[in-house]
Design a binder for this molecule. Structure first.
Ligand SMILES: [Fe+2]
Length: 485
């Protein structure tokens, strides 16, 4: 009897395994490991006296200007800059025309020390009550040293609001980093989802740590002053350096890079959410407590419950450590977070999870491993239509170089992987479709990149799609009847 049961179970197991295998094979989804390895520039930081890191001209001129979303729904912007010599003006003048700044906003100014380094005066100003889909010009600084920039607010929250996000990670400040940012700036990207590891200043010691945060702020200003970068923290932001008396985690990062965490009822700037156009973006912290019952876990559970896919169909998670990674670098480091959060991602049908950390590019199929626990189940991910696509974009170009050793053979769940520098874009077209691209820093040559159409996990459902078509048809008929052909 037991023997028969055992045999039956074995047969069932074999059937399941071959079913899973055939699913991978039949979908024509054998993964690709690209042999292309980009070695355009050496992995060394841009020298301090290079123009790319230059201090803007003029006494106490605002520098390291960066903006991020300042509220939950995109009608506010947080503007940050640093003045080196004195606090100076703490006012933002802004308006819809560059010759007439109708409005002003005031903020706070702060500074901090790191070993014997003392930071400049860091200004944080919240500009709120903005109109959607509008270009605003802003001016900061005093007299002749004043500087002017602009940004565009996103369209109003809505299921079909088109919007293009860029995704950049592990950027650092080498010539490869510069190439990545310059390539990104030539894309259609309107806001950057940054997946952690900003300046790599922690690769330096003593006062040079602070100095390299300043140079990084000046280096990325070419983009961050004009469009929001949505920040998440990586291991290089921790800066636990007891040998120089610095033991407060994330000290430099939190002083310099504010996030609108309170707007999503988070109690910590390291994890929060925003809504922008048709997307609901959840930012997680790989290096803060995240297991069950911790503040981050409790916040995430509540935030996921509040997601309204009728208003923001696209549910995107960003974090630093990938939970699916087939590179030798940082292998299995995301497993602890996977065991806690993967079930939630599948249950709430997250569309895509972006991570960094591994200095290469990798994309997964829709797979999950939630059937596995330590006492039963096959410990191997299987195709799962409700699961997110996992994408690692840790290829910004920092001084640690590329992670060129992928595990062999390529796991079935891994769709594409390549150790080159680059960035991604996600162009949301409407509630059902988005076009995803990975862009290698290809110095102008026509080279193949990874791209595909992402179908929305909520509106891709057949029943909803049929309802959508019916409503659309109904709208057209009503318009024709009202206005004629
Ligand atoms: Fe990292």
């Amino acid at each position: 009897m037991w023997k028969d049961k055992g045999m039956g179970f074995m047969l069932l197991h074999l059937q399941l395994v071959s079913f899973v295998f055939l699913r991978f094979v039949n979908s024509g989804s054998a993964g690709v490991t690209s042999a292309f390895v980009r070695t355009e520039w050496p992995s060394t930081d841009i020298p301090l006296d290079n123009e790319a890191l230059a201090v803007p001209k003029g006494y106490n001129s605002p520098q390291q200007v960066h903006i991020t979303q300042g509220d939950y729904d995109g009608k506010a912007v947080l503007i940050t800059w640093v003045t080196a010599e004195a606090p100076g003006s703490n006012t933002v003048h802004y308006g819809k025309s560059d010759s007439n700044y109708e409005f002003t906003a005031e903020g706070t100014v702060t500074n901090y020390t790191f070993y014997n380094y003392m930071s400049g005066f860091i200004h944080h100003i919240l500009v709120d009550g903005l109109e959607y889909d509008t270009k605003y010009f802003y001016k900061i600084g005093d007299g002749k040293s004043a500087r002017e920039f602009w940004f565009r607010t996103p369209p109003e929250i809505g299921p079909d609001a088109p919007y293009t996000f860029g995704i950049i990670g592990d950027l650092g400040q080498t010539y490869n980093s510069l190439s990545t940012v310059e390539h990104y700036m030539r894309s259609e990207g309107q806001t950057v989802l940054f997946v952690g590891d900003l300046s790599y200043a922690d690769r330096y010691n003593y006062n040079d740590v602070g100095v390299r945060w300043d140079t990084w702020g000046r280096f990325v200003e070419r983009s961050t002053a004009y469009q929001p970068w949505i920040w998440s923290a990586g291991n290089h932001e921790i800066e636990y350096m007891p040998f120089m008396g610095e033991t407060v985690p994330f000290k430099s990062y939190l002083h310099r890079y504010k996030t609108p965490f309170a707007a999503s009822k988070s109690t910590n700037p390291l994890w929060y959410a925003i809504r922008r156009a048709s997307a609901h973006i959840i930012v997680l912290s790989s290096y803060s407590p995240f297991v069950k019952y911790t503040p981050q876990w409790r916040w995430l559970v509540e935030e996921l419950k509040s997601v309204d896919r009728e208003k923001t169909p696209w549910l995107i998670v960003i974090m630093h450590v990938p939970i699916y990674n087939s590179n030798e670098a940082h292998f299995m480091e995301g497993e602890s977070m996977r065991s806690v959060y993967e079930r939630l991602f599948v249950h709430y049908k997250v569309d895509v999870v972006f991570a960094g950390h591994v200095h290469a590019y990798e994309r997964s199929y829709r797979i999950s491993n939630i059937h596995y626990n330590v006492s039963s189940g096959d410990p191997y991910p299987v195709p799962d239509k409700s699961a997110p696509v996992y994408i690692t974009v840790g290829d910004g170009g920092n001084q640690e170089g590329l992670a060129g050793r992928f595990r062999d053979p390529q796991p079935d769940y891994s769709a594409f992987r390549e150790a080159s520098y680059g960035h991604s874009t996600l162009a949301i077209k409407n509630r059902t479709h988005a076009i995803y691209h990975w862009n290698r820093n290809d110095d102008g040559k026509k080279v193949a990149t990874d791209s595909f159409t992402l179908y929305n996990q909520y509106w891709g459902n057949n029943r909803r799609r049929r309802k959508l078509k019916k409503n659309h048809l109904h709208k057209i008929i009503t318009e024709v009847l009202t206005n004629g052909l």
